[in-house]
Design a binder for this molecule. Structure first.
Ligand code: HAM
Length: 446
């Protein structure tokens, strides 16, 4: 006989606890950087800091949250970064704030706010930290990503442009990325750009019917970005568009020629690409991007980019101060290293592993750990394990040559065993002489 169906009224609804069905997850476009990737991060960070210091830059750390206006005024209201991608909100006092989408604007704010114009010029600063853009997540494009970068404020000399381009070029080459291409252009000063934009607009208006919808908007809002369109239908229009280089005045032309001459001298390989216009409004004169060579132009994966921003300090309320800088995407550099099968060297194995058996031995070993460490030895341990075999397995995994073992007997007679993990030979040493004995074995000065 079929069972009678339970009537709805018999079902006792389970009262959901608030939040009980909530499984915490990463936000879209955000990533955890796990211990297994940290080798890449420290590899890049260490090399970058060394190079930046060698080029005379000092470190600056800036806040992640700034007033939204800082970015609307500098990066530009009409840019994608500001108009579509900023994480901006009102704080509880009603102030409009934003997670920084980039660091150049904050550097300029800090330059003005801390009176850096009275420091010896140029003021040369480097940074490393997270930036935030609410972009559509895809390969090489995250919503939180890290940039390393430098900014030099207080000179318009073209040699600075070339030196900074050489800095990031050399960093990428030193990391092992040989196939990279520096693409360089000049956007001229405000005067030459005004004439150029008129010409560009006239040209584009005559081609309006061939343009994609985005370009029709750019025509009204941000005409320089027309040259940056990735739609195949717009490519023929871009190909025959007037080129900014033909509109540079003598001073801007000479500036660019000098930058190229210095780059030749520095043996930095580059190509002049008049389509490099950048997605931020503050640029004047030199702009550049560095791409992995095998990537087709059009793919969205520049490793680094930057340029001159001679008007920005004044625009944000400071005295007129020319400046130049770049930023590179750390995740993109890591992806390029992985693509090229470049692995940073593993950290060195610890010099000694300290193993213990029994509670009294653990107490003695805890003290010994401090003694060995303060004597300059690189010691590993696993005090949460009690079993010797488990500890030796860890020592093996860490590739440690010598293991120091203390058990009940050693506690009582004030000795310890040193085990050579390669030969399996063990010898007894006096706990008082342990540091000297180990250093002798490691070939270190006692
Ligand atoms: P940017 O071209 O917007 O320039 O960004 C610089 C670099 O940051 C890019 O080349 C790329 O490697 C990385 N990047 C940008 N957006 C993302 C993203 N969504 N995901 C992963 N990586 C990304 C600037 O930010 C300027 N502040 C550069 C500068 C400094 N100009 C003068 N000084």
């Amino acid at each position: 006989m079929p069972r009678p169906k339970k009537s709805q009224s018999n079902i006792i609804p389970v009262k959901k606890q608030k939040g009980a069905d909530f499984t915490p997850q990463l936000l879209k476009g955000f990533k955890d950087i796990l211990p297994s990737s940290q080798l890449y991060w420290s590899f890049i960070y260490t090399k970058f800091v060394k190079l930046a210091r060698a080029f005379g830059f000092s470190k600056i750390d800036l806040p992640i949250l700034e007033e939204t206006q800082l970015f609307t005024r500098s990066v530009g209201k009409q840019t994608d970064i500001v108009s579509k991608e900023m994480f901006s909100f009102q704080d509880s006092s009603g102030l409009n704030v934003a997670l920084r989408p980039e660091a150049t604007a904050s550097i300029v704010r800090a330059y003005i706010e801390h009176g850096m114009m009275s420091w010896p010029q140029p003021v040369k600063l480097f940074y490393f930290g997270p930036m935030f853009r609410r972009e559509r997540p895809q390969a090489g494009r995250q919503r939180q990503f890290y940039q390393l970068g430098v900014e030099a404020l207080g000179t318009d000399k073209p040699v600075l442009d070339a030196q900074i381009i050489a800095l990031i070029y050399n960093l990428l080459v030193q990391l092992g990325l040989k196939n990279i291409s520096v693409q360089i252009n000049s956007l001229g000063c405000a005067d030459c750009r005004k004439i150029y934009l008129e010409e560009l607009l006239n040209y584009y208006k005559s081609k309006r019917r061939y343009l994609c919808d985005d370009c029709k908007k750019r025509l009204l809002k941000n005409p320089l970005r027309l040259l940056d369109c990735k739609q195949p239908t717009c490519a023929p229009v871009i190909a025959t568009a007037p080129q900014i280089l033909d509109f540079l005045d003598e001073t801007c032309k000479n500036h660019l020629m000098s930058v190229l001459e210095y780059l030749d001298g520095l043996e930095v390989r580059y190509i002049v690409n008049t389509r490099i216009v950048r997605g931020l409004d503050y640029y004047t004169r030199t702009v550049f991007e560095i791409w992995p060579e095998e990537t087709e132009a059009g793919a969205q994966s520049a490793l680094a980019a930057g340029g001159r921003y001679d008007e920005l300090v004044k625009l944000l309320g400071g005295a007129p101060t020319p400046a130049f800088g770049f930023a590179a995407g750390v995740e993109r550099i890591i992806a390029a290293l992985r693509d090229a099968k470049i692995e940073p060297k593993k950290e060195k194995a610890p010099e000694i592993f300290l193993a213990q058996i029994g509670n009294q031995a653990k107490i003695r070993a805890l003290k010994l750990f401090e003694k060995l460490r303060s004597a300059g030895l690189d010691v590993a341990e696993s005090f949460t394990k009690d079993n010797l075999t488990a500890q030796l397995e860890i020592a093996n995994r860490l590739k440690v040559r010598y293991v120091l073992i203390i058990g009940q007997k050693e506690v009582l007679d004030g000795t310890a065993l040193i085990r050579d993990m390669e030969s399996g030979v063990q010898e007894v040493v006096d706990q008082q002489k342990i540091v000297a004995e180990i250093k002798k074995k490691l070939g270190k000065a006692v």
